[in-house]
Design a protein around this ligand. Structure first.
Ligand code: AMP
Ligand code: MN
Ligand code: MN
Ligand code: MN
Length: 280
């Protein structure tokens, strides 16, 4: 492959372990030519990533990942090319991050009830300025000696449905798709191989979904073939990314170890233009 395009990575703006500029440098070192920063519920890292990308010659695609759950398992929507100055979208993200704080506090309370000596201040310190996520709670639990590793924190307590798990405040996948569209961005379904129920795909297409993350480290070759066929069937942009979270993160995977097709970034911009025309 001539190009390596990674359209799904995280930084310290959410649950990644590298700052945005560090993520860009790691991508550059791995031969990535186009990169999308897709932090959970925040675009706070994008400006730093854009500046670092300019220095290294990488094409930086602004993005975000919106997690929804409850109804039929977790469904994650990636939003690309959203104008960062869109006030309504930034307000939505701020509300989602506020909900993440309350959820983080609730998970800490569960862990305290289970007998662990953990505080939300500790979680907050680990997250720094970033959006509060489960990996931050997991790390705080490890640092207080409650578990030997972040993986065990998830495996025993924080897995979805686990004894210390608290769901996100209600937000449906259709809400997420519509919010990205309303902000002038391009909504893409993340890691469809992790869906509990693939019947959600046509429902999201109906709501305006524009792309499918067919290439993903956990997808088997058969998964990838199935999702490529679905993307063709529903006229969705084929994307791909690693979901890199940096060294020392859970499920650590190499940045640039899967790639979106070389046409993916142009296809996202083309969709954005098409949507703007259709909406005007
Ligand atoms: P949250 O959105 O706060 O529920 O956090 C979700 C994040 O936790 C995901 O994006 C992953 O980075 C991480 N994560 C989810 N499940 C696991 C797991 N079983 N083991 C390790 N990390 C996980
Ligand atoms: Mn994550
Ligand atoms: Mn995800
Ligand atoms: Mn992700």
């Amino acid at each position: 492959m001539l190009v390596t395009i990674d359209l799904h990575v995280h930084s310290t703006a959410s649950d990644g372990t590298l700052p945005p500029a560090g993520v860009v440098r790691a991508a550059h070192a791995a031969g990535v030519t186009a990169l999308a920063l897709t932090d959970h519920d925040t675009t706070a890292g994008v400006a730093e990533a854009v500046a670092a990308a300019r220095e290294t010659g990488i094409q930086l695609v602004p993005g975000v990942e919106l997690n929804t759950d409850r109804s039929r398992g977790e469904v994650h929507i990636l939003g690309y090319l959203i104008p960062l100055e869109d006030g309504a979208f930034q307000e939505l993200l701020a509300r989602r991050r506020g909900a993440r704080v309350r959820r983080g506090e609730a998970m800490v309370r569960r862990l305290q009830e289970l007998g662990f000596d953990i505080t939300f201040e500790h979680v907050r310190r680990i997250a720094g300025d970033g959006a509060i996520t489960r990996p931050h709670v997991a790390r705080a639990l490890m640092e207080t000696g409650g578990v030997p590793s972040v993986a065990e924190a998830f495996g025993r307590y924080l897995y979805t449905g686990g004894p210390a798990y608290v769901p996100h405040e209600p937000f449906t996948p259709v809400d997420a798709v519509q919010a990205v569209l309303a902000a002038g961005g391009v909504p893409v379904l993340a890691h469809p191989g992790r869906l509990e129920d693939e019947a959600i795909i046509p429902e999201l297409v109906e709501a305006g979904l524009q792309g499918l993350e067919c290439y993903y480290p956990e997808h088997s070759p058969a998964d990838t073939r199935r999702f490529l066929a679905l993307a063709a069937k529903y006229d969705l942009v084929v994307t791909g990314g690693t979901d890199f979270h940096g060294p020392g993160s859970t499920g650590d995977r190499a940045i640039g170890s899967v790639s979106a097709p070389s046409s993916a970034v142009d296809a996202l911009y083309e969709r954005q233009t098409r949507l703007a025309r259709a909406g005007s």
